[in-house]
Design a protein around this ligand. Structure first.
Ligand code: FES
Length: 132
């Protein structure tokens, strides 16, 4: 499904967001396990990732109706929008649930960062297999 882009205005890309990819090849086609990007306030982590070729699974198109965009926020959680009750209910269905689990489509950059998150290796396998 295509990512539904938010109509929120995005601030200038000045918030440092580091993505740590447990399966970089599956997500980006490259072996580099770390990507440091600049995001803007109002932008979701899923939007930022997809804009830079990090293909986090997002079966519902980013509308909080699945749990395939599950990530772990290792740093900078207070620079992100708080989880809504709908997100909390949804993320509980995700495999590998941890205290720092979030749905990347629901994490909107609000603060100055820096933000560091981990994309689990099984993320891409939740719905589809990447062709070999
Ligand atoms: S893409 Fe479905 S909940 Fe985030």
């Amino acid at each position: 499904m295509h990512l539904k882009h938010s109509d929120r205005p995005h601030g200038p890309p000045e918030v440092t967001v580091t993505f740590v990819l447990e399966d970089p090849e599956g997500l980006t086609g490259s072996t580099d396990p770390t990507r440091t990007l600049k995001g803007g306030t109002g932008e979701s982590l899923l939007e930022l990732a997809m804009e830079h070729g990090i293909n986090i699974e997002h079966a519902c198109g980013g509308v909080c109706a699945c749990s395939t965009c599950h990530v772990y926020i290792d740093e900078g959680a207070d620079s992100l929008s708080e989880a809504t009750e709908a997100e909390e209910d949804r993320v509980e269905e995700a495999p590998g649930l941890q205290r720092n689990s979030r749905l990347s489509c629901q994490c909107v950059i609000e603060g100055k960062g820096p933000i560091r998150l981990r994309v689990p290796a099984w993320n891409r396998n939740a719905v589809k297999e990447v062709p070999h």
